[in-house]
Design a binder for this molecule. Structure first.
Ligand code: ZN
Ligand code: ZN
Length: 153
């Protein structure tokens, strides 16, 4: 809970610095994102949860808030195999977007917060004369739960 307060405070400051206010409607949306950090929710899923708590907040407001948060790189928009845009919070101070492990059997998504790609980035920069700012990486495979289940059956 304390962690969330801290994160909320930081996001509020980031918005403020960019000339936006953390209005109550925006705050609800941000809280939903923080509470479900691991879940990679789509805009509709975020809206459903916002609506549960505050029926008066409309879909357009939620979309607009997500747009602002994406522009400010507080969240990243990412899509996995279902092609749906999902919203993913940027970890504070992370130089790079985190990686994902996507289970092709159960659809579970795990996060990897180590970078591991420093060497590859250097190589790409040298080989292609391309200044790397970030990267997206999703590993597709079978999660440990699914491997266990396969062993038992
Ligand atoms: Zn993620
Ligand atoms: Zn799985």
């Amino acid at each position: 809970m304390i962690v969330m307060e801290e994160s909320l405070k930081k996001i509020k400051q980031q918005l403020h610095e960019a000339g936006f206010k953390l209005t109550p409607q925006r705050e609800v949306t941000v809280k939903i994102l923080l509470e479900n950090e691991k879940d990679h929710l789509s805009a509709e899923e975020i809206y459903m949860q916002v609506k549960n708590q505050h029926a008066e907040i409309g879909l357009a407001t939620v979309y607009r808030t997500l747009e602002i948060l994406t522009d400010l790189q507080i969240v990243n928009k990412i899509s996995f195999q279902d092609g749906l845009a999902r919203y993913d919070l940027n970890r504070d101070g992370a130089r790079h977007f985190h990686h994902h492990l996507l289970c092709i059997q159960c659809g579970n998504i795990e996060e990897v917060h180590e970078d591991m790609l420093d060497e590859i980035e250097k190589e790409v920069e040298k080989k292609f004369n391309f200044f790397v700012k970030d990267h997206r990486l999703t590993f597709h495979g079978i999660c440990s739960d699914c491997q266990e289940k396969a062993k038992k059956s």
